[in-house]
Write a protein that binds this ligand. Structure first.
Ligand code: G3D
Ligand code: MG
Length: 225
């Protein structure tokens, strides 16, 4: 879809991007982080569908607007789902690296997307979210990579919580959709903006000790599948 902007002569491209995946993998958090650079700590299930537009400037004065669709509590097979995803230029299948079943279920999400789009499959990317919880990881990086290669999907990993790789992902996506090649410098520039400091409030030794103990308990229970 190409819009013309009367105020300037820049070409403006707009793409519909939809984020799918199990509940609580972080879809809403990803959209919030990208569109408002914000992370909400209390979990509110998305009701219906939310959409946001975010503009991205690409090299060569190319402006891209990504229209992001965050589909809330829509389970696979929900009647409205087909209507929402129809016409998407890109589908992002998101999972939580600490939750193996959210990764396993991507097979079904992918199957559903193929059913809707038939032979006209849009760009599909896989997002491994919550990479700040690497110590609780339940999906091996190799398993993730194999899935992406086997299904010919672009691979992304990020943390909506820290903001790690969120902007870079959407910039890469915008470039991919508009046929722009990004140099390493273009990507690094974005990564720099991203690395906003995370506020680490001073804490007592007792708190630190307790956290260490909890982390090592959790580690013991962590199952790599
Ligand atoms: P959804 O839209 O896919 O259903 P949400 O998921 O964005 O509502 O997020 C579900 C829970 O995961 C929330 O936690 C949210 O804070 C958390 N979350 C999302 N992204 C990340 C991330 O990158 N890292 C970490 N550590 N947590 C994340 P709560 O505790 O509110 O349920
Ligand atoms: Mg949500």
């Amino acid at each position: 879809m190409v819009d013309s902007d009367s105020d300037d002569e820049l070409e403006q491209l707009q793409y519909k991007v939809i984020i799918l995946g199990d509940g609580a993998v972080g879809k809403t958090s990803i959209v919030n982080r990208f569109t408002e650079n914000n992370f909400q700590t209390s979990y509110k299930q998305t009701v219906g569908v939310d959409f946001f537009i975010k503009r991205i400037q690409l090299p060569g004065n190319i402006q891209v607007a990504l229209q992001l669709w965050d589909i809330g509590g829509q389970q696979l097979g929900a009647p409205m789902l087909k209507k929402y995803i129809y016409g998407s230029h890109a589908v992002l299948l998101a999972y939580d690296i600490t939750n193996y079943s959210s990764f396993k279920n991507l097979d079904q999400w992918y199957h559903f997307v193929r059913e809707v789009f038939k032979s006209k499959i849009p760009f599909i990317g896989v997002i491994a979210n919550k990479n700040d919880l690497n110590h609780l990881r339940n999906v091996k990086p190799d398993t993730h990579d194999n899935f992406c290669v086997m299904n010919d999907m672009q691979s992304f990993q990020m943390s909506a919580k820290t903001g790690d790789s969120v902007n870079t992902t959407f910039k890469r996506l915008a470039a991919e959709l508009s046929g722009v090649t990004l140099s390493k410098k273009d990507i690094d520039m974005e990564a720099k903006v991203l690395s906003a400091p995370i506020v680490d409030h001073p804490r007592t030794d007792a708190q630190n000790e307790k956290e260490k103990e909890e982390a090592s308990n959790k580690k013991g229970k962590c199952v790599i599948q």
